[in-house]
Design a protein around this ligand. Structure first.
Ligand code: HEC
Ligand code: HEC
Length: 644
């Protein structure tokens, strides 16, 4: 095997047999585990690569999507590239009622609760239960007449709709199927197959004219059984009948009825009458199927722009579990993690597009990244035989251009050496930063503490102003508020799922240790943890080839609260963590930084031969200030001497 060697500018590190540049190293090498030594095949002479990160090519991405289609049943290998949009992905996951715009822009709480749109709350063909303002559910009742009433022979008593079912006894009689009646109207079909209908004068001694009964059959609901649903601002739904009145709970509306609350069609102002407001509970859909979080994303920013002009990056992450019966579920895809990327000018404070703005004018996602997570449960042999990757990547182009499948993410990770954005193709560009194990990629945890660090280090002056949007966008800025706790709870749940996934796929990686650290610090606390030392991880990459040059240690070397450690970790948090929390090593492990200390010196201060290689010099995304660079070199040299 021929190697390409770049002479090191640091003679005392010659034991490293001259630093070897792994070209294409970013191509996630099979078998490159955190614990195993990479044994890459190196090209004889390195053709300069356009980017340090963007391994891969359109051809490879094309092959990858065809393979993905075959394995996962997303459209067909012949159609996936030309036709796939985010909309296809949503129906693949079993969410036909949601549009890409809903997923990208709907209020996070309502999307999570299933009430973002009428289509989401009342999907045609779906079954729903309707909760009244009292907390009781609407139910069909055949035993509603006061028992002392005697019914003359030949009189048929229709079932009445009452509002007395509790959650525990809410059985079939409190479930209604949504049937499309055209023109924005629907029918509610009860378990008997009959529709909820308006029945005029049907209950004697009633205080109202129109009661809701269940007695009309048919394939489509006739006018008496049609309602126009209206989504109210508080997330409940009102049902307007063809009289213009609304379906509402009616207390003590006739002495003939043996339960306090019947249901009538008598409310005139649903917005102001709680008795006409129904909370929709979907059957077979549990809360937690969709999780949404929005946050500041320093990782996607172009640091080459000067701080005052720098655009701010924002992300909206939507985690959707695949629905039972969906194509996704049939192909062992358990969830999709959909990541929208938004940018705003330094002083523009509406990163997520605002409400009631047409899509073309919204600040839509410029690029949407997706991770499809597969999982084989014990005993699923079909799944085991399918030899699935842990994650399948997809990428979609700009929202205002139709959310179309794309081969690549254009990002600024290499902006220090390349003008503008560079392409990062699926799957290599993604695998690199997501665990580096081909076929066994992992999710990355959401490091809220790091995002909050970035407010005060001078990189984002606009974001540190009082009127700027909060870093944890849905949480607000008051860490003591209930809103903060709730939004933070979603992030905690997401990170817990990231940890579960990492544990299943790559339990020995530093990624899991880092995620667990975050979970431990935030088990009960929602407040940011500003101390980098408290956030440091104890991790040793045993078996890494660079270890053999080090003085042996019994335990992993950990960051301490010494002044040098604090300063060095601080610099690395600002300049390197963007990538080296995920690529190759994590700066929060002092042990891994010590392993890398010699290559780090080369990368910070390349010799003339090394400097010719695009993407060799670190950081790749920006220039460090002379002062910071000098200090980092001094501190790393010190670390090198102590540990070698
Ligand atoms: C430079 C490193 C890097 C590259 C390249 C990268 N990612 Fe990520 N990705 C991250 C980090 C770090 C996060 C955590 C969110 C954050 O910090 O903004 C993340 C988060 C995600 C998430 C949300 C779920 C999670 O893991 O937290 C998805 C989905 C995702 N990336 C998809 C992709 C796809 C698709 C590609 C390739 C086209 C890609 N990523 C390339 C670093 C990267
Ligand atoms: C924008 C992303 C990014 C940033 C920021 C970044 N790096 Fe890197 N770094 C990479 C990538 C990608 C590689 C692997 C590609 C390669 O070997 O050139 C890498 C490789 C390295 C390596 C070689 C590791 C190995 O195992 O071969 C060292 C050492 C390194 N970087 C140091 C640093 C230091 C120090 C900083 C901060 C001053 C930094 N990097 C900032 C992306 C980044």
């Amino acid at each position: 095997m021929k190697t390409f060697a770049v002479p090191s500018s640091y003679p005392r590190r010659s034991s490293l047999l001259a630093f070897v540049v792994l070209w294409g190293a970013l191509r996630a090498l099979p078998g490159f585990a955190q614990s195993a030594a990479p044994k890459p095949a190196l090209p004889e002479a390195p053709a300069p690569q356009p980017s340090a990160l963007n391994n891969g090519s359109p051809e490879e991405a094309s092959r990858y999507y065809k393979e993905l289609s075959k394995k996962l049943g997303v459209l067909t290998p012949a159609t996936i590239e030309s036709q796939a949009t985010l909309e296809d992905l949503l129906s693949y996951l079993g969410y036909k009622e949601l549009t890409p715009e809903d997923v990208e822009f709907a209020k996070p709480e309502s999307l999570m609760e299933g009430t973002a749109t009428l289509a989401q709350a009342l999907p045609v063909g779906g079954k729903v239960a309707l909760k009244a303002d009292t907390g009781s559910f609407m139910a069909r009742s055949s035993e509603w007449l006061q028992s002392k009433m005697s019914i003359p022979a030949g009189v048929i008593v229709p079932d009445l709709v009452v509002a007395n079912a509790t959650r525990a006894d809410a059985g079939a009689s409190s479930l209604f199927e949504v049937v499309d009646a055209g023109g924005g109207k629907i029918g509610l079909k009860a378990d008997t197959g009959n529709y909820v209908s308006r029945c005029n004068g049907c209950v004697a001694q009633g205080t109202i004219e129109d009661f809701a009964t269940v007695h009309v059959p048919g394939a489509t609901p006739p006018p008496l059984s049609q309602f126009t649903p209206e989504l109210l601002p508080n997330g409940t739904v009102a049902f307007k009948a063809n009289t213009g009145n609304y379906l509402a709970r009616c207390r003590n509306c006739s002495p003939r009825i043996n339960t306090p609350d019947a249901v009538g069609i008598h409310a005139t102002d649903a917005r102001n009458q709680p008795s006409a407001q129904w909370t929709i509970v979907r059957v077979g859909v549990s809360s937690g199927d969709i999780l949404v979080s929005r946050f500041f994303a320093p990782k996607i920013v172009n640091f080459k722009d000067n701080p005052a002009e720098r655009k701010t990056g924002w992300r909206r992450l939507v985690r959707m579990k695949s629905r039972p019966g969906s194509e996704a579920r049939k192909h062992f895809v358990e969830s999709a993690w959909i990541l929208f990327n938004h940018f705003t000018g330094p002083s523009v404070h509406s990163p997520f597009g605002g409400t009631n703005v047409p899509l073309s004018a919204k600040n839509g996602s410029v690029n949407t990244q997706v991770a499809l997570i597969t999982q084989c449960k014990a005993g699923q042999t079909a799944c085991q035989n399918a030899e699935l990757n842990s994650i399948y990547w997809m990428d979609f182009g700009p929202s205002n251009k139709g959310y179309k499948l794309s081969y690549k993410l254009d990002a600024f990770f290499d902006a220090g050496s390349l003008p503008g954005a560079a392409p990062y193709y699926v799957p290599n560009g993604c695998d690199t930063c997501h665990g580096s194990l081909r076929g066994q990629a992992v999710l990355n945890h959401l490091d809220t503490d790091h995002w909050l660090d970035r407010l005060t280090d001078g990189d984002f002056p606009a974001l540190n102003k009082p009127d700027a949007p909060p870093v944890l966008f849905d949480a607000g800025k008051d860490v003591k508020s209930a809103r903060y706790a709730e939004a933070f709870g979603v992030l905690r749940q997401l990170n817990q799922e990231v940890a579960d996934m990492q544990k299943r796929v790559n339990p020995k990686g530093f990624h899991l240790v880092a995620t667990n650290k975050w979970l431990e610090l935030h088990k009960t606390s929602v407040a940011p943890e500003p101390s980098l030392i408290k956030r440091a991880i104890s991790f040793s990459n045993t078996g890494h080839p660079l270890k053999k040059d080090r003085k042996p240690t019994a335990a992993p070397l950990d960051w301490t609260s010494s002044a040098d450690d604090k300063e060095l970790l601080g610099l690395m948090n600002t300049y390197c963590y963007r990538c080296h929390g995920a690529v190759r090593y994590d700066v929060f492990s002092k042990d891994m930084v010590a392993d890398q200390s010699s290559p780090i010196l080369d990368r910070l201060d390349p010799n003339p031969t090394q400097a010719k290689i695009i993407g060799f010099k670190m950081p790749v995304d920006r220039e460090m200030s002379d002062k910071d660079k000098k200090r980092m070199i001094e501190l790393i040299e010190k670390l090198y001497t102590q540990t070698h």
